[in-house]
Design a protein around this ligand. Sequence first.
Ligand code: EPU
Length: 417
Amino acid sequence: MDKIVVEGGASLKGEVKISGSKNAALPILVSSLLADGWNTYSNVPGLRDIKSIKQLLSYLGAKVETDGSTVRIDGSGLCKSEAPYDLVRKMRASILVLGPLVARLKKARVSLPGGCAIGARPINLHLKGLARLGASVELKHGYVEVSAERLKGNEIYFDIPTVTGTENLMMAAVLADGVTVLRNAACEPEIVALADVLNKMGADIHGAGASIITIKGVQSMHPVSVSIIPDRIEAGTFMVSAALTRGDITILDCQPAHMGTLIHKLRLTGTAIKIDGKNIHVIGSDEIESIDIKTLPYPGFPTDMQAQFMVLMLIAKGLSIISETVFENRFIHVSELRRMGADITISGNSAMIKGVPMLLGAPVIATDLRASASLILAGLVARGKTEVHRVYHLDRGYEAIEKKFARLGASIERVRE
Ligand code: EPU
């Protein structure tokens, strides 16, 4: 397995181009199952999670072709209704095939994803929603079995706004009879991106991006050519790297409107941020101010940026409280960061961080995707060498991150162990 070796201390400077969004691309590639014919997706990031979803779609009978960042998928061969354990356990987002499979094949058998490092992550709200559309839902031998001769539109209320749950239900409802109303739906930009693609395919969806989404079922959908939106979490990670290393980075080809809360919070730390169309210019300040953050569903502060932001607070002036309200166990990076000299006290779902003058490089282990990114960020600013082990988590969600950091002047390399 590879490790990333970082020699800290460089002030990062230059331009970095942001890749397509992982969490937008995953449901959009799955939406290809809803129509017959070739769909073309451009700006698809080259990530392990994307490879996993393509494998699953091929397994289900779709034809998949990849040429660089362009992926073509024809869902007309869809014939299998089962997503097996081996494919689902690699990536929880495989659960996204549930809605389209029931809509197209009248049944689905998908392995239950189970918990993961950041929390239990149940899918009860996906299943309750499908039941509200008239599907029969059973759990058997670690699999969820869903069937419906014909899905029927209905009112669905999510007790918690769930991103993949909202996406799954939107994809199930587009071909249902009648009108479905999703209440307390997730509002993330990735939901809007999926709704835009589904509407382009012939669906009739209104309200995506707000908490009430209305979907009028249609008879059939057709294939499309679309480009994947930029990854707001990748962009945010590079913004934090500029603030952290007192650098000067221009983030190219991102969507600043998707990052309002992060931009606001970073400015409060003293970081200078200028927005110019699709580019964001970030200049770090010599003195980083401590501020508090609380993760929340969009447009609140994204949980996927919590670990990276925490690293900035490690070397800020004063005390910061970070509260994680989305996932119950998303502080697993803390014990590794402490090994680098961080002063963090955890109490329930809050972390109290006392800024220290410097971090010291150390061997550390990546435990999940965003935790991996935080350890690399810590390595960039630490004195000496940091070795981040188990980087396969990182490859799930960041495209060539070490190459992008190296181009900005970081001393960083990937080493085969
Ligand atoms: N939840 C339930 N029941 C459900 C579904 C969710 O209780 O049926 C709870 C979860 O346990 C969690 C909360 O609701 O406490 C929100 O979870 P959500 O369902 O929104 O998360 P997700 O859809 O599984 C997506 C992203 C995550 C991101 C979260 C929150 C994808 C493929 N994944 O997960 O991305 O952290 O939304 O924004 O879109 C990442 O990219 O590193 C990542 C983990």
